[in-house]
Design a protein around this ligand. Structure first.
Ligand code: NAP
Ligand code: ZN
Ligand code: ZN
Length: 347
């Protein structure tokens, strides 16, 4: 066991504060990672404030982890000391169910994946995330960060990147496809970059035009404010795919009206309250509504390699650990451009 500095929420809704946690000894197939950077995902805030219930406290959030391998177990073949690596939302799964065998570990039906934090490890102990200086992870749930990506802008790709890449690929975003991204936050801004790199025609649907210049620079072809009712008239029946990254419930009907026949609206945002869908707004054009969770380990590696090849990293604001609570408030008021990343040396 190693004692490691970390930032934790001692109880639901309590401000995060410095603490220490124990990491398990490096096992046969484990990798010890010196964490360099950890992104702040809106999911960290949902969970630290117990919006998804029930959370386990104290909670050390963080599932956008980038660092360097500092020790490997005797059975480790995939990584060596000094390798640049990342860890996302899961640190293990059953490995035997159909989903795990198909590389869809995030949908593990053998009890679900072991979440990086706010979960229970196979040793029965609570898991603690990336707002800490070291983590021990089985090599099969670690990915390699290509040399072309610096660790700070790579960190958010471990959740925001894969959560947008996976549905964009699954629903065939690419040349000839019109894709709308709703919400230009952490997920949304990476989604815009990825959809553009995949060759789709990209439209941002944001609450206002406040971030329009940024959106166009990120790769969007068009930018509209959802606060303007004319947006919904002008874009009716336009999109093959709408990727909704909004963390709050939306009135879905106006968004469904923007889908063309057979279009799909995929919701990766996970609001804390249930949402209501009126089926009459879907049936007329055989529209679909769905959701998608992160992505598998192999697909996460594929996404990182794609990002390195296409020069896609997150736009980040680097912060020290003592700024985490302020950063949470800024994310909640959509005042983030576009991902806060903690310099874990400051923990
Ligand atoms: P974020 O940085 O806060 O971005 C969310 C964006 O949604 C905001 O920037 C804002 O964009 C828009 N928004 C916020 N409140 C809104 C409201 N009341 N009405 C309309 N638009 C609103 O959050 P994030 O880290 O990208 O995460 C977004 C959501 O995805 C969260 O619910 C998170 O838990 C979830 N998530 C899901 C997965 C998954 O696997 N499915 C993975 C990671 C995160 P504008 O200012 O442009 O309007
Ligand atoms: Zn996340
Ligand atoms: Zn499984």
């Amino acid at each position: 066991m190693t004692t490691v500095a970390a930032y934790a929420a001692p109880a639901a809704k309590a401000p995060l504060e410095r603490t220490t946690i124990e990491r398990r000894a490096v096992g046969e197939f484990d990798v010890l990672i010196d964490i360099k950077f950890a992104g702040i995902c809106h999911s960290d805030i949902h969970q630290a404030r117990d919006g998804w219930r029930p959370g386990t406290f104290p909670m050390v959030p963080g599932h956008e982890i980038a660092g360097v391998v500092s020790e490997v177990g005797p059975g480790v073949t995939k990584y060596a000391v000094g390798d640049r690596v990342g860890v996302g939302c899961m640190v293990d799964s059953c490995r035997e169910c159909d989903n795990c065998k198909a590389g869809l570990e995030q949908y593990c039906s053998g009890g679900g994946p072991v979440w990086t934090y706010n979960g229970t490890g196979k040793d029965g102990q609570p898991t603690y995330g990336g707002y800490s200086q070291k983590i021990v992870v089985d090599q099969d749930y670690v990915v390699r960060i290509p040399d072309g990506l610096s660790l700070d802008v790579a960190a958010p790709l471990l959740c925001a990147g894969i959560t947008t890449y996976s549905p964009l690929r699954h629903w065939n975003a690419g040349p000839g496809k019109k894709v709308a991204v709703v919400g230009l936050g952490g997920l949304g801004h990476v989604g815009v970059k990825l959809a553009h790199a995949l060759g789709a025609e990209v439209t941002v649907l944001s609450q206002s035009l406040r971030k329009k210049d940024d959106g166009l620079k990120l790769g969007a072809d068009h930018y509209y404010a959802t606060s303007d009712p004319k947006t919904f008239e002008e874009l009716a029946g336009t999109f093959d795919l709408i990727l909704n990254t909004v963390s709050a419930p939306l009135d879905f009907a106006p968004y469904f009206s923007l889908l063309r026949t057979d279009g799909s609206m995929v919701n990766v945002g996970l609001p804390e309250e249930p949402v209501q869908i009126v089926l009459q707004t879907l049936f007329g054009n055989r529209r679909s509504v769905s959701s998608s969770g992160i992505g598998g380990i192999a697909e996460t590696q594929e996404m990182l390699d794609f990002c390195a090849e296409h020069g896609v990293g997150a736009e980040i604001e680097l912060i020290s650990a003592e700024e985490i609570n302020d950063a949470y408030e800024r994310v909640l008021s959509s005042d983030v451009r576009y991902r806060f990343v903690i310099d874990t040396a400051t923990i």
